[in-house]
Design a protein around this ligand. Structure first.
Ligand code: DQQ
Length: 550
């Protein structure tokens, strides 16, 4: 039916059909960005036929879907070619390490290389004859040993280093570290890279990478091999919590001598503190883009509708628009996560609105025509008199327990209603909620309210979000990518992110609308500027000449 058809994305990464999940590996190789991901060729949900899907792009936005890179075809991956990572070795070779499920469901690590390294499309992959190269070590559960990542070379001891996530007997997430010179003989280091301070369970899809705290390097991504001796470098450790299903990161220090990573603040360790994304986003990975010297993050954005609906659609889950990652040099305590600049090439038909006053308790429709594929940048100001006066006794606001955008405070909520129908009975609200404590300090929450996003049943709807730093003199800013059933929102130029999957029943096709809203009881809110672009679709852009290859 047309409601389900409408849900397919216009410009997000999406194979023609079936189920996709974890981004497995990405790299720039001989002129192409390669993307590998968990793909089920036989159905719209995860099962043991899980394989590696593969696509290439010139710009990280327009994709050419290629045949699967790897499928379960050996005993050591009979129950699935699970997640892993590709590494571009300094000599130009490419290797892939991945987890295989054995017939007994033991998780083992395997090695694969391109069958023909001169092929820029890397169409064929060869699994190593010595697989599996790693089996679970004593004391580690046979189904708690997966997702090798990243692999980097350490010149001081001429070894490759591989991280693998697991959990210990106290239910703490742990990161094992192996060294190898030949990807055949491995040494497990006696100490762990990290043990989570809290009992958060298995660490899936571990990632570790450097970021610069200031100076010229802080505007670009860094490779694992960056020289640490001059200081000014921190390391981000990230893991996916397989019970809670969220991706957490923490900023800390990586000591190359002891091979230990220590969080700056143990109370916001991996698993309890910062998230890449407060909405739906999982199993993410970064890669270093050698072409543009940036670190890029990808995660998959699962469905929150029913498995039956997925079957009817014939597909399930999306990948986010790839995001660049930098350390926030102003706060030093969070990352800046922002859609890659290439997505802006899809912008067309720009609309700019300036200085729109939104009275307390009102909404303003932005007349832009059909609003299913948009890129929005909005900046808000609060009236000074309201800001000076308002003291909110209750500063315990929390997006997820707040009741959402319908719940009024002195200085919020205010923001945008996307994928809304005309009478606003269907809408997703992306908003700020500002409060001033008795200490005089302002606190800003950035939330996305899915509670009214669809009139359909059998959908998980939440209010997601977190506190976001708004520094002195800054306006409140939102960037929102709207693409049919996915909404990716960025507050304060990427200090906090929230992604939602939504399934409107009325706010679809040319009935999808866009509004500004202010539901504060007191504050006058001005939308200083709102820029809106309609976004082109990407799925009908084959690379001339190449389609015929397959
Ligand atoms: N998905 C993969 C695992 C990984 C999990 C299997 C995370 O390797 O731990 O599809 O979503």
């Amino acid at each position: 039916n047309e409601m389900l058809t409408w849900q397919r994305s216009g410009f997000h990464f999406q194979p023609a059909k079936n189920f996709q999940s974890d981004p497995n590996a990405a790299m720039y190789y001989k002129g192409w960005y390669h993307f590998f991901y968990q793909y089920n060729p036989t159905g719209t949900a995860w099962d043991y036929t899980i394989s590696w899907g593969h696509a290439v792009s010139r710009d990280l936005i327009h994709w050419l879907h290629l045949p699967m890179a790897m499928v379960p075809d050996h005993w050591y991956d009979a129950k699935g070619v699970w997640s892993g990572y590709s590494t571009l070795l300094p000599d130009g070779r490419v290797i892939v390490l991945y987890t295989g499920g054995t017939p007994e469901l033991v998780q083992v690590q395997n090695l694969a290389v391109p069958a023909d390294a001169s092929d820029p499309l890397l169409l064929k992959w060869k699994k190593s004859s010595v697989n599996p190269i790693l089996v679970p070590p004593p004391g580690i559960g046979t189904s708690d040993f997966r997702d090798p990542f990243p692999i980097w070379y350490n010149e001081t001891d001429s070894n490759w280093h591989v991280l693998i996530g697991s959990k210990d007997s106290n239910h703490h997430g742990i990161v094992l570290l192996y060294k190898t010179k030949d990807f055949f003989n491995f040494t497990l280091l006696p100490s762990l890279l990290h043990t989570s301070t809290q009992s958060v369970g298995m660490f899936e899809c571990v990632d570790l990478y450097p970021v610069a705290t200031g100076g010229p390097l802080s505007n670009r991504g860094l490779e694992m091999s960056v020289d640490l001796s001059n200081g000014g470098i921190k390391h981000v450790l990230k893991a996916s919590m397989d019970e809670e299903r969220h991706d957490y990161y923490a900023i800390g220090t990586f000591d190359l001598d002891s091979f230990k990573w220590t969080p700056d603040d143990p109370s916001i360790d991996v698993g309890v503190g910062l998230r890449y994304d407060w909405g739906k986003f999982y199993a993410s990975k970064t890669f270093f883009d050698t072409e543009k010297q940036r670190r890029i993050l990808w995660g998959y954005v699962g469905e929150v509708d029913s498995k039956d609906d997925d079957k009817m659609k014939g597909w399930a889950t999306l990948q986010n628009i790839p995001r660049t990652i930098l350390l926030d040099t102003k706060t030093q305590s969070n990352l800046i996560i922002w859609p890659v600049e290439e997505v802006e090439d899809l912008r067309t038909d720009g609309n700019i609105f300036n200085d729109i006053k939104i009275g307390a308790g009102s909404s303003v429709q932005l007349d832009i025509g059909a609003a299913s594929q948009l890129d929005i940048e909005a900046e808000f100001e609060l009236d000074n008199s309201a800001l000076d006066g308002a003291i909110e006794a209750d500063v315990t606001y929390n997006c997820s327990t707040s009741g959402g955008a319908a719940n009024r405070g002195l200085l919020g909520p205010f923001g945008l209603l996307v994928l809304a129908n005309q009478d606003l009975t269907e809408q997703t609200a992306t908003y700020f909620y500002v409060s001033r404590g008795t200490d005089g300090d302002l606190r800003t929450h950035f939330c996305q309210d899915e509670l009214r996003s669809s009139k359909a049943g059998d959908i998980v709807k939440r209010v997601v979000g977190s506190v976001v730093p708004v520094l002195h003199g800054e306006t409140w800013s939102l960037r929102i990518l709207v693409d049919h059933s996915i909404i990716e929102s960025f507050a304060q130029r990427g200090r906090a992110v929230a992604t939602s999957r939504v399934y409107p029943t009325e706010a679809i096709y040319n009935k999808a609308r866009l509004f500004l809203f202010n539901n504060a009881t007191d504050a006058k809110v001005t939308a200083k500027s709102v820029k809106i672009w309609h976004m082109n679709s990407t799925h009908n852009h084959p690379f001339p000449g190449l389609e015929s290859l397959f």
